[in-house]
Design a protein around this ligand. Structure first.
Ligand SMILES: Cc1ncc(COP(=O)(O)O)c(C=O)c1O
Length: 398
């Protein structure tokens, strides 16, 4: 800018990744689909520096979106993967090799565990799960053959905030890359690369896409050695992302900074309302003062998005069914980050090994996960109110 002032993130997200040289162009790069890319001359075909040379490595649509994610994540290098899960699994694959050991947070998105416990195990890679609250004690778990540490903050089912700077400094001292799943913050409310992480990963499927109609993962980093490993892994595997999905995600990114404050305020309004009820056991939302990691969240994050958890009281299947079926505005379905609210039970007890959660039964109720969408908070609260009434009525029927 002429006055040298750095533009606000909302302003940068609206125009990032646009070509600077072309006099007229669409506001977001349209889907440019290609397998074959033709070169005008033999010299162009055999040149060592070729910006585009085969569709699998992307087109202008991909480069424009990657530039925008670079702005968002404060990253020099960005690669795309066909889903958020693939962004995590391919990043781990880039660093692991037969005989190596990786450290994965116990709060990781559960399909990541399936990948580690089955696929990586077949590749003779040992996965050790660690308590998400481990902080600098992670140093005690790092071995000679530790190839990567994976964090997810907050955990997308149980919402522990991890001490990323502490993990980052232990990882750096040992020369091990720290990978962070940054999907919850959408990259707007937390910048892992500025807090000691080597790689920041997002499921752009969620808030970036924002409309529940595309699947995409982003892998962002500054470290040149990490960049080489990730680039080679994606290239050798033959990973590719459709230009249509990239275009949809880029379109979503344009309004990200405007959408998130609504997800944030709706999420906090619902969480506070739930917390005030006698029939809610607890609410897991890092922006609430009652959350055990609230101070850590305040230290490292600049805001909250709309995903959080709460525990119902011990109940029968009939009551849980009545609660879910009574909801009108909250959909029941996987994923999150779209404009619509969602509410589902999450069977966390099935996944944990290091920091177990008890199974719902006579002592504990089911853990529910809410994604607060862009509807009116009052309507969402009324919807929950009548779902609790249905829950009570089903309890009285026995
Ligand atoms: C934290 C987190 N990371 C990654 C993913 C995977 O994203 P995708 O559905 O795009 O594979 C999810 C999906 O729910 C998630 O919650």
């Amino acid at each position: 800018m002429a006055d040298g002032k750095k533009k606000d993130e909302a302003t940068r997200l609206v125009s990032s990744g646009r070509p600077k040289e072309r006099p007229s162009h669409p506001v977001t790069h349209p889907p440019e689909r290609a397998s074959t890319i033709l070169f005008p001359t033999y010299e162009d075909f055999t040149a060592t520096e070729r910006e585009f040379f085969y569709g699998r490595f992307g087109t202008r649509t991909h480069r424009a979106f990657e530039a925008s994610i670079g702005e968002l994540e404060a990253a020099e290098h960005v690669y795309l993967a066909p889903s958020g899960l693939a962004a995590v699994t391919l990043s781990l694959l880039a660093f692991a090799q037969p005989g190596s050991h990786i450290l994965v947070t116990d709060s990781a998105y559960d399909p990541v565990r399936g990948y580690c416990d089955r696929f990586l195990k077949r590749m003779q890679v040992e996965t050790e799960y660690y308590d998400p609250h481990i902080g600098s004690d992670i140093a005690g778990l790092i071995r000679e053959n530790t190839a990567a540490i994976l964090a997810e903050s907050p955990g997308s089912l149980t919402f522990e905030i991890q001490d990323i700077p502490a993990l980052g400094s232990a990882a750096k001292q040992a020369g091990v890359p720290l990978l962070v799943d940054n999907t919850w913050s959408a990259g707007v409310y937390f910048k892992p690369l500025d807090h000691g992480a080597t790689v920041s990963i997002q499921a752009a499927t969620k808030y970036i896409g924002g409309h529940s109609d595309c699947l995409l993962g982003t892998i962002a980093m500054n470290d040149p050695s990490a960049e080489r490993k990730v680039a080679n892994c994606l290239r050798q595997i033959g990973s590719n992302v459709s230009a249509d999905d990239v275009w949809l995600a880029h379109r979503g990114l344009r309004t990200l900074a405007a959408r998130l404050p609504v997800h944030q305020s709706n999420g906090i309004a619902l969480a506070r309302w739930l917390e005030a009820r006698d029939d809610v056991v607890c609410v897991l939302h890092p922006a609430l003062e009652s959350h055990p990691d609230h101070e850590l969240w305040k230290r490292d994050f600049t805001g909250a998005t709309g995903l959080f958890g709460f525990e119902l009281p011990p109940c029968s299947d009939k009551q849980l069914t009545a609660f879910c079926n009574a909801l009108e505005h909250f959909g029941m379905g996987y994923s999150w980050g779209g404009f619509e609210s969602l509410c589902i039970p999450v069977p966390v007890h099935k996944y944990r090994t290091v920091s177990p959660r008890p199974e719902p039964g006579p002592e504990r109720g089911p853990l529910m996960r809410i994604h607060a969408g862009l509807e009116s908070a009052d309507d969402l609260i009324m919807d929950l109110e009548q779902a609790f009434a249905a829950f009570d009525a089903a309890g009285k029927q026995g």
